[in-house]
Write a protein that binds this ligand. Structure first.
Ligand SMILES: C[S@@+](CC[C@H](N)C(=O)[O-])C[C@H]1O[C@@H](n2cnc3c(N)ncnc32)[C@H](O)[C@@H]1O
Length: 263
């Protein structure tokens, strides 16, 4: 059943409120657990990114709730920074851009490691959380941080054209490039050092996505998934990948999960 229908049943409303309070509580506990160093140790200012987007007219709550939170992005940086290759430009792949918060962060992360690093990202630019044209804000944010020359944004779907289970209002999936992961494999092969997936959260879709993404990861490549606890479908996929012998689970903070390809 679609979100839109489910959400308006009495049980749906109760479930939503319960889920929201559980999430807030978990974020509060996690923020307290993460060492101060991990929360403040890097130079990328997420608050500046959010302030910039709000100044463009976006709703602060939608931007915050639709983006990976700062604590989890800092956790991710701590988990991967020293494991990424050094001394050469990195290649990262980012799936699911919304208005560009985690994309800017990943760009900061890999360019800190090597200034010539590149981030390829994929998003169909479908309306999300009341933002009609999310990609226009993504471009503006990357421009603000002078990151456009380190980014290559592909307007498309990782696999087949699909609707977005995270969106509360049904809509016809917009035309955008399809099966982008398979095109990327033809173009670049197993060349990505870091891949973050935060797109379609439906279990079957994500499983298929990971099978394709596995073939894009370089040796010892790192795979990051968002929502590995609160979204049952994503949690199930994350556990399956973690149990796969070819991956080592590096950890999760209750929100993002980090895995590394063994060889
Ligand atoms: C939760 S938002 C991403 C938030 C972003 N990672 C951040 O933290 O700033 C999910 C995004 O996934 C995108 N998306 C949905 N289905 C997709 C697909 N099949 N391929 C690529 N992106 C997809 C949506 O357009 C939406 O922008």
């Amino acid at each position: 059943m679609r979100w839109a229908v489910r959400i308006f049943t009495p049980w749906g409303v109760e479930w939503l409120l319960w889920k929201r309070s559980r999430k807030k509580e978990r974020e509060r506990v996690l923020a307290a657990q993460i060492p101060e160093a991990a929360r403040t140790s890097n130079s990328f200012q997420l608050e500046e990114a959010i302030g910039f987007l709000v100044d463009r007219g976006l709703d602060a709550v939608q931007v915050r709730e639709g983006s990976i939170p700062a604590t989890s992005l800092h956790y991710l940086a701590e988990a991967v920074m020293d494991r990424l290759p050094s001394g050469r430009p990195l290649r990262a792949l980012h799936v699911g851009n919304f208005v560009g918060v985690s994309l800017s962060y990943i760009t900061w992360l890999v360019t800190e490691r090597h200034p010539q690093s590149l981030v390829v990202s994929i998003d169909p630019n479908i309306p999300h959380r009341e933002v009609e044209d999310p990609q226009s804000h993504t471009f503006a944010l990357l421009d603000h941080f002078k990151m456009l020359s380190r980014n290559l944004i592909i307007n498309g779907y990782t696999l087949e054209r699909s609707d977005e289970p995270l969106t509360e209002e049904p809509f016809a999936a917009a035309a955008a490039c399809e099966n982008v992961l398979s095109s990327l494999r033809a173009l670049a092969g197993a060349s990505f050092d870091l891949i973050l997936i935060d797109g379609n959260h439906e279990e079957k879709y994500l499983s298929k996505e990971i099978a394709e993404i596995r073939r894009l990861l370089a040796r010892k490549g790192i795979l990051v998934l968002d929502d590995v606890v609160d979204w049952p479908g994503v949690a199930a996929v994350f556990e399956r990948v973690a149990a796969d012998d070819s991956f080592v689970k590096l950890g999760d903070d209750g929100r993002v999960g980090v895995l590394q390809l063994g060889s």
